[in-house]
Design a protein around this ligand. Structure first.
Ligand code: ARG
Length: 462
């Protein structure tokens, strides 16, 4: 349905259909209705405070806005494209509902400060939800670590077996990356916590707008200091998109490991039926689609960040309509990152850890070669020399197709007389992990220390 434009006064004829189609954002920005209404309510209260609205006018406006809010939430509100965006749809509906007094709401305000207010409030709301999801995911990783403290697997470098490590240490490695994401999320949240409302279109307004009042009413931490910068700035959106891109990258790396670990070749974990899908042709298949999609979706999270960076790069101050292109990447990143966190959570909670396969891998690939070299080094052999000696032991084993556990004390002694009878014990992966007592190492003591630390960090906010 066509509506007269709220800005139509100086126009003789109406817009072309394509102009409406290209400029309308209502199809995606309708999701800002809650923030738009609370922003308008705060603005109306401020207008009353500075004497622009009477008490009665303010009351009518607030009541009208609240009614619109309920109508939208109950699905009884029609957003129309000819009114362009969420701001004008709500303002138009308000005037329809309460008459001419509704037309006073937009005094001392521009859509330029209104839209950036809505976005900042939206990011704040989403940050709260995403933080809870992220905390839960970290808690699940910690739980997996705690319930599998004794499971030992190979750690890899270059995707080659490197050294024995606790499975719990590996889980915690991912958890720590997510703890950093939580910090980035908090930073993105605080960069959105600057009040933009009250600066008007770009230079300030001809009214004594009480921005301190608005700040308090809307729960912001500070007030933007420059009107031109205020309506031009989308850094806080970029901060959120960057947070989402990095978290997406971390989840993608975890997903990649789950894809690998759930292959029949690795078989370190079994992903549950809840997160795997079958093939339409190959009956035996259990495909790790959730993991693959999380890995895949990291691409669009990067894309959203880059897309807005590119949109902004050539824009002169202040507001330009190009900036309407900030919303779809933001909304997409919000939706995508939530999907990815929830998908990862489901996989972690329901995955079965195949202890035996990990054991076989860590026992059969010379994973304790470094420990053997350290044994010699601790008895005074220079490490480089010790490295050389153990290298020749590995070569000997490979040539004879045996693993470390077939070596007897006298086999070892034939490579170096520094080896004592106790040397074979360092070949045991469990012994190896227990010796990693340096801070951040994989010994039981250090892993437990990490668990305590991470729990304190997650619980701190409660
Ligand atoms: N829908 C617009 C946006 O998202 C609102 C701001 C419009 N401002 C303007 N001066 N046309 O950016």
């Amino acid at each position: 349905m066509k509506r007269k434009k709220l800005w139509g006064g100086r126009f003789d004829s109406s817009n072309a259909e394509i102009t409406e189609r290209i400029s309308a954002s209502i199809d995606f920005d309708a999701r800002l209705y809650r923030q738009d209404i609370s922003g308008s309510i705060a603005h109306a209260s401020m207008l009353e405070k500075i004497g622009v609205l009477t008490h009665e006018e303010h009351r009518k406006i607030v009541q009208g806005l609240n009614e619109i809010l309920s109508e939208i939430e109950e699905g009884n509100f029609e957003f129309v494209r000819s009114l362009e965006d969420v701001h004008m749809n709500i303002e138009y509906a308000l005037t329809q509902k309460i008459g001419d007094v509704g037309k006073k709401l937009h005094t001392a305000r521009s859509r330029n400060d209104q839209v950036t207010l809505d976005l900042r409030l939206y990011i704040r709301d989403e940050c709260t939800e995403i933080r809870m999801l992220l905390e839960t995911l970290i808690a699940e990783l910690v739980k997996k670590a705690e319930t599998h403290l004794e499971v030992i697997m190979p750690a890899y470098t270059h995707m080659q077996v490197a050294q024995p490590v606790r499975f719990s240490h590996h889980m915690l490695a991912h958890a720590w990356a997510l703890v950093r994401d939580m910090k980035r999320l908090d930073d993105a949240n605080s960069s959105s916590m600057v009040l933009p409302l009250g600066v008007g279109a770009c230079t300030g307004v001809n009214y004594p707008n009480d921005r301190e009042f608005l700040k308090e009413k809307l729960g912001f931490l500070s007030i933007s200091p420059n009107s031109m910068d205020t309506v031009s700035d989308r850094d806080y959106v970029l901060d959120f998109l960057y947070f989402a891109a990095v978290l997406g990258m971390h989840l993608s790396r975890m997903a990649e490991e789950l894809v690998l670990w759930s292959t029949s070749e690795f078989a370190f974990v079994r992903l549950s039926d809840a997160v795997t899908t079958g093939s339409s042709i190959m009956p035996q298949k259990r495909n790790p689609d959730v993991a693959e999609l999380i890995r895949g979706k990291s691409g669009r999270l990067y894309g959203n960040l880059i897309s807005l960076m590119v949109t902004l790069k050539g824009l002169p101050l202040t507001y330009n309509r190009d900036m309407q292109e900030d919303k779809e990447p933001l909304f997409d990143s919000v939706d995508t990152i939530k999907l990815c966190i929830e998908g990862m959570m489901e996989m972690i909670v329901s995955m079965e850890v195949k202890e035996e396969a990990m054991r076989v891998a860590v026992f059969s690939n010379y994973s304790t070669a470094t420990d053997l070299a350290d044994y010699l080094a601790q008895k005074g052999v220079p490490f480089r020399e010790a490295h050389e000696i153990v290298g020749s032991i590995v070569k000997y084993c490979e040539n004879n197709k045996i693993d470390f556990f077939s070596l007897t004390p006298s086999d070892l002694k034939s490579f170096s007389d520094v080896f004592g009878d106790d040397a074979v014990s360092v070949l045991n992966p469990a012994f190896s992990t227990e010796r990693k007592l340096s801070r951040g190492g994989t010994s039981l003591r250090e892993v437990k220390y990490q668990i305590d630390l991470i729990k304190k960090i997650i619980l701190r906010r409660e």
